[in-house]
Design a protein around this ligand. Structure first.
Ligand SMILES: Nc1ncnc2c1ncn2[C@@H]1O[C@H](COP(=O)(O)OP(=O)(O)O)[C@@H](O)[C@H]1O
Ligand SMILES: [Mg+2]
Length: 323
């Protein structure tokens, strides 16, 4: 299995004027070629921060990688110069941001925005070649090429998101990081956009990190899943591992419990009690212990190690004795 991206022991901090936010606290993740990894967890878990670290887009002077390594196709992304890194960002690795509506420039026609990205990464292409590539990209995401002179506000939310995806895929990146790409869209459009992304990914052979708080979306789209809580991966494995009957982290079980039951339309049954801990003052021991129904003395004092069984990893004292 050839890995495209390997993140090891990543720690990210934000230094604000008063305090330090411990946003990512020792994350290990790998993404294989043509593989889709779902990164799930509640708001504030550190999902976006992890993604921004890969693209080296943490806010200047505030966000800081304090430890860890990010290896991409054998290259240490944290060691290479910014000038060289520009060849990666937007070319080999693309990102669809959490708020798609703000990623488009309102005063530039959409076709021109797609063209700019293509031009940037293919300086030798002629104007005609770029134009035909723009048409191709727009058609691919289901937008008629004759609408390329239209401005973003002439499109619906779902269509705007398609433009954003066209831009992200215009350079045929090897890795696409999609940060909650459908959160801002209504449910029907969400399903359409996801289906389209899955189809494109399969046709182009793109690897993907899909960030979402929706386990239902993960089940349909991903090969592997990593569940994130308070800046750590508490459980990871294949979709079968995470959705199967085997051992699970109590937080993963809590996330499943908060899925609405589609069959009988009942309200959420067991949302996880309590809130994510304050990232400036994280609890000792297991970071989930204040909310965990299985919390013991050991959980309050000792940080659990990651245990891996056949590729299924768990960071929980309940399973720390198992091999
Ligand atoms: N620019 C920033 N300055 C200070 N804290 C930040 C900043 N960006 C994110 N954080 C904090 O880092 C933590 C992780 O945030 P984030 O990565 O956005 O999580 P997620 O994407 O899982 O919702 C949160 O506690 C958030 O408030
Ligand atoms: Mg986020």
């Amino acid at each position: 299995m050839s890995e495209l991206l390997k993140i090891t022991d990543l720690h990210v901090e934000y230094d604000t004027s008063e305090e330090t936010v411990y946003a990512v606290n020792g994350v290990d993740l790998t993404v294989g070629r043509k593989e889709t990894l779902g990164l799930v967890g509640e708001t504030g878990a550190g999902k976006t921060t992890t993604a921004l670290s890969v693209l080296r887009l943490l806010p200047h002077k505030i966000g800081r990688i304090s430890k860890g390594s990010i290896i991409y196709d054998g290259e240490d992304l944290l060691a290479i110069k910014e000038k060289v890194f520009k060849k990666y960002r937007g070319k080999r690795i693309s990102m669809i941001f959490q708020d798609p509506m703000t990623s488009l420039n309102p005063v530039i026609p959409i076709g021109k925005q797609v063209a700019e990205v293509i031009k940037l990464h293919n300086p030798d292409m002629t104007k005609a070649q770029i134009e035909s590539r723009v048409d191709e990209m727009l058609e691919m995401v289901g937008i008629k090429a004759n609408r390329k002179k239209d401005y973003p506000n002439q499109f619906s939310g779902g269509m705007k998101q398609r433009v954003v995806i066209a831009i992200a895929l215009a350079c045929e990146p090897e890795l696409l990081i999609a940060d909650e790409p459908t959160t801002a869209l209504d449910v029907t459009v969400q399903a359409q956009v996801l289906a389209m992304m899955t189809d494109l990914k399969e046709r182009l052979g793109t690897s993907m990190i899909l960030i979402t708080h929706d386990l239902g979306v993960v089940a349909e789209t991903c090969d592997k899943v990593a569940v994130m809580y308070a800046g750590e991966i508490v459980e990871s494995g294949t979709v079968e591992d995470i959705f199967g009957k085997g051992n699970h982290h109590p937080y993963t079980i809590g996330l499943f419990g908060s899925l609405p039951d589609l069959k009988d339309d009942k309200p959420r049954l067991s949302p996880i009690e309590g809130l994510m801990p304050d990232p400036t003052d994280l609890p000792k021991g297991c970071k989930f212990h204040p909310r965990c129904p299985h919390c013991s003395e050991k959980c309050r004092t000792e940080q659990p190690e990651v245990m891996v069984t056949n590729g299924h990893s768990l960071r929980c004292h309940l399973f720390s004795k198992e091999v």
